[in-house]
Design a protein around this ligand. Structure first.
Ligand code: SF4
Ligand code: SF4
Length: 411
C-alpha cells in the first residue's frame, strides 16, 4: 500500500487520522507488532536539549519617535544584543538580534531571556545612543515582531563527550568541570525519537515543511550549519509569541550559559520504506564518544545505553536532605530548578542529572546510563538532552494533528 501526503492531510481535515507518537510506535516495534502503512498515517517525533545555534530577531520599542537617531548598543535583562540590521532612524524602535548563548552573567543568558519573553515576564531594555541611555520595560506578548531562528538544531545523532586528559576541563558540554582520565561522560541527543533519525533519507523534513519550535508552529528553512549526510541537522524558524515556556530555557554550563530548544516534527507513513525508517531503535543508533579537547572520535557506544532501562526523570526524596546550609545542588542546578529547602524541584528541571553528584544527602536519584568503549564503561554524569520533554513535544504534536490543527508538509 502506498499513500500520499495529500491523502493523509485530507484524513487530518476529516479528523480520522491514525497518529502515533514516536514512543508509542517504538513500543509496538519492541513488542513485536508487524506494522504496515495501513495501520498508521503519521508518527510524531521530537527532540529537546541544549542547542547553541538558537537566536531571536526582535523589534523593540525603546522610546518615543525622535528620542534618538539610532541605537549604538542594546541589552535585554542585561543580555547584549546586536542592533539592526535596519537602523530604524529616529523611530525610537530598535530591530535587534540576540543569541541564545549571549549572557548577562554566568547564570543568565539568551536562553533564559527567551523563556522569560515566552512567560510574558517583565524585561528591562537598555539602549545607548549618542552617549545617552534610554530605558524601557517590555513584555514578550507586546513585541510587534519576535521570531526565533535556529542555525543548526535537531542533529540526527549527536555525541557523548569525555576528557581523555588527566585534568578536569570546563566546557559547554559539562555543568561542573569534566573529570579527566575517561572517568565521566556527558551526552546529547534524544535517540530514537529524534525527527531526523526517523527520516534518514530526508524525504519529508525539507525546506518549507512544518514543524513545532518550542511548541510554536514553525517551518524548516533548510539544513543547518555543519549539516552533513552522516550528521544532518535542521535550521528552523517560528514566531515566538506562541512558544510554550516549558519547552525552552537557559542552561548553565561550566563554560557559560546555553540555550534549551525543542523541536517536533510529523513523519507521514506513506509506504513500507517509511515503516522501515520509523522502526529504528535506540540500541541500533551509534553514539560517537568524542574527546572534548580535539573532538576526535575515540569509539562508538549506542543510545540504548542512555535511554533504555534507565530513568528519564529525576526523582527527589526531600526526607534525605541534610540541610547543608548553602545547598550545593541548588547552586549547581543549570536551570535553577531546585527550590530552597532541599529536594523540591520546579518545572524548569530538564532531568540532566547534575544534582546526583552535587548532593551529599542522596536526595536525588536517576539512572543516567553509561557509554562503553574499548571494554571500558564510563558513567554518564550529564544529559544535555531531555528525552522526557522530547516525548512531550511528540504528544503535543499528536494532539494538534488529531485536532486538525497541524498538517503535513508545507500545507
Ligand atoms: S545538597 Fe542535598 S542534602 Fe544538601 S541541602 Fe541540598 S538537597 Fe539537601
Ligand atoms: S536534574 Fe537536577 S540539576 Fe538537572 S535540572 Fe533537574 S533538578 Fe536541576
Amino acid at each position: 500500500m502506498v499513500k500520499t501526503v495529500d491523502e493523509i492531510n485530507q484524513k487530518i481535515r476529516e479528523g480520522n487520522t491514525v497518529v502515533f507518537t514516536a514512543q508509542e510506535f517504538k513500543k509496538k516495534i519492541r513488542d513485536g507488532e508487524i506494522l504496515t502503512p495501513e495501520d498508521v498515517d503519521v508518527v510524531t517525533c521530537g527532540t529537546c536539549g541544549v542547542m547553541s545555534g538558537t537566536m531571536a530577531i526582535l523589534s523593540v520599542t525603546v522610546a518615543e519617535p525622535g528620542a534618538f537617531r539610532r541605537a549604538d548598543s542594546i541589552s535585554l535583562n542585561g543580555v547584549p544584543a546586536f542592533p539592526g540590521p535596519c537602523p530604524n532612524e529616529g523611530l525610537g524602535l530598535v530591530d535587534l538580534v540576540v543569541y541564545g548563548t549571549s549572557h548577562a552573567s554566568s547564570s543568565y543568558g539568551g536562553g533564559n531571556l527567551f523563556r522569560d519573553l515566552a512567560d510574558e515576564k517583565e524585561i528591562e531594555v537598555v539602549a545607548e545612543s549618542g552617549g545617552k541611555t534610554f530605558e524601557a520595560t517590555i513584555y514578550g506578548d507586546e513585541l510587534p515582531y519576535a521570531k526565533m531562528i535556529t542555525s543548526r538544531s535537531a542533529f540526527k545523532n549527536y555525541s557523548a563527550f569525555v576528557n581523555a586528559f588527566p585534568d578536569p576541563v570546563s566546557t559547554i558540554f559539562s555543568v561542573t568541570p569534566l573529570s579527566g582520565g575517561l572517568s565521566q561522560a556527558t551526552v546529547s541527543g534524544c535517540g530514537e525519537i529524534n525527527p531526523l533519525q526517523n527520516d534518514p533519507e530526508i524525504r519529508f523534513l525539507k525546506s518549507g515543511a512544518k514543524v513545532l519550535l518550542n511548541g510554536s508552529d514553525g517551518i524548516i528553512l533548510g539544513e543547518g550549519t555543519r549539516s552533513s549526510p552522516d550528521k544532518p541537522n535542521l535550521s528552523v524558524s517560528a514566531d515566538m509569541k506562541d512558544m510554550m515556556p516549558e519547552f525552552m530555557g537557559g542552561f548553565r554550563t561550566s563554560a557559560g550559559p546555553e540555550c534549551i530548544t525543542s523541536i517536533g516534527a510529523a513523519i507521514p507513513v506513506l509506504d513500507e520504506r517509511s515503516i522501515h525508517h520509523l522502526s529504528v531503535l535506540d540500541g541500533n543508533i551509534p553514539l560517537p564518544v568524542v574527546d572534548v579537547f580535539d573532538r576526535k572520535t575515540l569509539g562508538f557506544s549506542d543510545y540504548g545505553r542512555i535511554w533504555q532501562d534507565t530513568d528519564h526523570r529525576i526523582a527527589a526524596n526531600p526526607m534525605n536532605c541534610l540541610f547543608c546550609g548553602e545547598c550545593p545542588a541548588l547552586m549547581q542546578c543549570p536551570t535553577n530548578a531546585i527550590m530552597p529547602g532541599g529536594g523540591v524541584i520546579s518545572s524548569r528541571c530538564v532531568n540532566c542529572g547534575t544534582c546526583l553528584s552535587s548532593c551529599p544527602g542522596e536526595v536525588y536519584s536517576m539512572n543516567t546510563g553509561s557509554v562503553f568503549i574499548d571494554g571500558k564503561e564510563i558513567p554518564v554524569v550529564l544529559r544535555q538532552s531531555d528525552r522526557n520533554r522530547g516525548e512531550k513535544i511528540c504528544s503535543e504534536l499528536k494532539q494538534r494533528i488529531e485536532d486538525s490543527l497541524f498538517f503535513i508538509g508545507g500545507v
